[in-house]
Design a protein around this ligand. Sequence first.
Ligand code: IPE
Ligand code: IPE
Ligand code: MG
Length: 249
Amino acid sequence: MSYKAQLDPKRIPTHVAIIMDGNGRWATARGWDRSVGHQKGVETVRRITTAASDLGVKYLTLYTFSTENWNRPPEEVAALMSLIFTSLEEDLFMRNNVRLRIIGDLKRLPVDVRTSLENLMAHTAQNSGMTLVLALSYSARWEITEAVRTIAVSAAKGEVVLNDITEQTITEALTTSFMPDPDLLIRTGGELRLSNYLLWQCAYSELYFCDTFWPDFDEEAFYAAIQDYQSRERRFGKTSWQIEQTTEK
Ligand code: IPE
Ligand code: IPE
Ligand code: MG
């Protein structure tokens, strides 16, 4: 039986964040160029976007290119940029009523990639289903540094008083201020690390790691991750007994 039928429709995570890892190793294991793995990875993006939207996930945030990935060989960076440019099909968004948002340092992207992303964001802005968020030229430390700068400027102008700076102030200064924190963070490809992804936002996310390389990650693998998530008890520092009291009401 498909994992999908076993899912509790009332406990679908609102926000799923994914570290899409393993494209290069998937291709290398087949004797192919790493870029073939990235091309194959785009097909997985399409499949998982559709599956998440069908399940009722509200936000899907995909780690697409990290700040640190700029340090890869120039040919690989160029191949990834051109892939982002060519694979942004409006059809996927319109068919699924999905809105596109980008988080990251867009200034560093090639102008053509940036322009087409901005156009697609504008074209899909009215879609009312899931929001697909691509983290592009993104790292959590970059994001937090930018937020600190923004808050410091407001403080210097006297718009913000020191004692008024709360966790909420920081949350609102981050690029992710338009959405709730991830409920579930999935990393494919076998590595057990966060690689500078959503460090502030994942403070209480459920973490799910699997060995499957991203090009092989299919709908069933996605449902399995959600089923695992649904088996967890999210306590947020409280005791099991306290959680039971609030859910019984
Ligand atoms: C993830 O796959 C995609 C990006 C980081 C852009 P990798 O390219 O990191 O693949 P591996 O981890 O080397 O197999
Ligand atoms: C994380 O994967 C970044 C993306 C998936 C875009 P990496 O492959 O870059 O991470 P590390 O270097 O193995 O930590
Ligand atoms: Mg990797």
